[in-house]
Design a protein around this ligand. Structure first.
Ligand SMILES: NC(=O)C1=CN([C@@H]2O[C@H](COP(=O)(O)OP(=O)(O)OC[C@H]3O[C@@H](n4cnc5c(N)ncnc54)[C@H](O)[C@@H]3O)[C@@H](O)[C@H]2O)[C@@H](O)CC1
Ligand SMILES: Nc1ncnc2c1ncn2[C@@H]1O[C@H](COP(=O)(O)OP(=O)(O)O)[C@@H](O)[C@H]1O
Ligand SMILES: [K+]
Length: 502
């Protein structure tokens, strides 16, 4: 799904209005109805609701919502902050409609006025500012937001938490509503996908308001989310006549004293991701444990106690790094391999730390190599960024510069392609914040490459499946009890969901 900027969302609204021959007030009514339906599904009409409105169109949504909720029997009230000289035309229209219905349920606050104490059972709807915000909040609106944040009431933000920019991240001290839920119209705003904003959005729900598919299809963006539909479109069902030679050869390289488990996890994940043949290349000391853990995989001695040589089996796709350690012999072997490599490749963990120590290696990476750094590994490779969105921008610049795919891991892992396109993943949960989860991802990605997926497709699909396996595992065992070894066991169900078979 495409992610649009605030400006593009405004254009999309305007385009839809023109295309359908409706008024902007009609679209606002649709938006308010979508919010009302969501509320109806989650809160009974005995719930007292206070809708806090601004004077722009976000406030207009709030005023229309108050009217619709009143008509549905909710005890709903609106307060309006007089923060500007005049209302937007649609907000003014909706103020009039609400006034005609229930004038006593509207209160206008003048600058410097605040809400008096609020009973805790009141549901607060934040309709102060939406995507029209053009600078950080200051003065009265800012302190009003801080005051709302100090209350313990549940807050639901309409379209965006007031004060949160759509296309950048707020300063840490900025006045931004902290909501438990955000009902965003049709699209994610890019900021929602970053941890700095998540404390403000709470859980994000996208509400379809029927915006123009023609505009959406025709409008260019470099930012996307990978959800179920994207993943299903990327998935290539297995050829019924295929044999083990048709599904590719995977060779996972890594392991060292005390860290054989990492490469064993990658191996297991590759086996569970459809690879025809899987080899584990590890130090000899790992032979027994690796063979016992994954009897389906073949063992290759890559050195005595550490990885000393990296040599690809015929036509194998390599995934290098999990548990590999950073011994000088290992670094030298990696450099030799990268100099000679020309096919698809995945680099993770210690392979990335070795590259970070010898940055010239970046220039040698074969085109479209997939690297899978977590934010600290990323920093070692490419330097620090002031916030997580600018870190993604740094990833885009480097993916284009080195012609590689960067999988920047996190809650919404960003898959950054050599074109500069960035795909935020939408599966996965905090139960996966446990040692070894990344090693599993390396195995999945390498197996997909070996089966003929392009690096861009393997990265997006693999990250999605990895997160989905995590979500299924967490649904079964809870996030706390989830361990990385559970993830390969849920890959089967994750794959089945791609063909609607779950
Ligand atoms: N355009 C449309 O047709 C639709 C718009 N919708 C709603 O409209 C919203 C956008 O509305 P607007 O563009 O009117 O903008 P907003 O309602 O987000 O905010 C604009 C108002 O805030 C003021 N303002 C902006 N930055 C400020 C700041 N830092 N401090 C104080 N005041 C500030 C502006 O002067 C203006 O009065 C969306 O978020 C969405 O909720 C929806 O109704 C769907 C349809
Ligand atoms: N809070 C979270 N939400 C979603 N995914 C997560 C979360 N925490 C970790 N993950 C995922 O788990 C994996 C962790 O990888 P990594 O940091 O390399 O761990 P390790 O080196 O222990 O394997 C990544 O794919 C990451 O996206
Ligand atoms: K809002």
């Amino acid at each position: 799904m495409k992610i649009f900027t605030a400006r593009q969302i405004r254009e999309c609204d305007a385009f839809t209005i023109q295309e359908e021959g409706i008024t902007s007030a009609d679209l606002m009514e649709r938006a308010a109805n979508a919010c009302a339906s969501w509320l109806q599904q989650h809160y009974s009409n005995h719930t007292p609701v206070l809708v806090v409105c601004g004077m722009g169109n976000n406030g207009g949504d709030g005023l229309a919502l108050t009217r619709i909720l009143l008509q549905q029997g909710y005890p709903a009230r609106a307060v309006v902050l007089r923060h500007a000289a005049q209302f937007s035309p649609d907000a003014a229209h909706n103020l009039t409609l609400l006034h005609q219905l229930m004038p006593e349920n509207i209160r206008i606050l003048e600058p410097g006025q605040y809400l008096s104490t609020l009973s805790e059972d009141i549901l607060v709807i934040d309709a102060l500012f939406g995507t029209g915000l053009n600078r950080p909040l200051e003065d009265w609106p800012a302190s009003f937001v801080q005051e709302l944040n100090a209350l313990s009431n549940t807050v639901i933000a309409i379209d965006t938490p007031s004060g949160l920019p759509a296309d950048s991240l707020p300063e840490p001290e900025a006045a931004v509503i902290r909501a438990q839920y955000t009902l965003s119209f049709q699209f994610y705003k890019r900021s929602f996908l970053h941890p700095e904003a998540a404390v403000h959005t709470g859980a994000v729900h996208l509400l379809d308001i029927g915006l123009s598919t023609q505009y959406i299809t025709a409008t260019h963006t470099q930012y996307y989310t990978t959800g179920a539909a994207t993943a299903a479109a990327l998935y290539k069902p297995r050829n019924p006549f295929g044999h083990k030679g048709s599904f590719g050869k995977v060779q996972l390289v890594g392991g060292s004293y005390g860290k054989m488990g990492a490469i064993a996890l990658s191996t297991r994940a590759a086996l569970r991701s459809g690879a025809g043949l899987v080899f584990t290349a590890a130090p000899e000391t790992g032979n027994t444990i690796l063979q016992v853990l994954n009897p389906e995989a073949m063992f290759i001695a890559a050195g005595k106690e550490v990885v000393e040589k990296i040599k690809a089996e015929d036509k194998a796709v390599l995934g290098i790094g999990p548990g590999m350690g950073q011994a000088p012999e290992t670094g030298a072997a990696l450099l030799r391999y990268i100099r000679s490599a020309n096919g698809s490749l995945v680099l993770d963990a210690d392979a990335l730390n070795l590259v970070a120590a010898e940055k010239d290696m970046l220039h040698l990476l074969p085109a479209h190599t997939i690297i899978t750094p977590h934010p600290r590994e990323f920093e070692r490779l490419f330097g620090k960024a002031p916030d997580s969105m600018l870190q993604v921008e740094l990833a885009r610049a480097n993916a284009m510069k080195y012609n590689i795919c960067i999988v920047l891991k996190g809650h919404h892992t960003a898959v950054v392609l050599p074109t500069g396109a960035c795909w935020y993943n939408t599966t996965g949960n905090a139960g996966m914040a446990t040692g070894g989860s990344g090693d599993v991802l390396t195995g999945i990605l390498t197996a997909l490459l070996a089966q003929g997926y392009t690096p861009a497709d393997a990265a997006r699909l693999g990250v999605y499946l990895h997160g989905l396996a995590g979500d299924l595992a967490a649904a079964a065992s809870g996030q706390e009890a989830l361990i990385a070894g559970d993830l390969p066991d849920w890959l089967g169900a994750a794959f089945r969901s791609l063909s609607g078979d779950l």
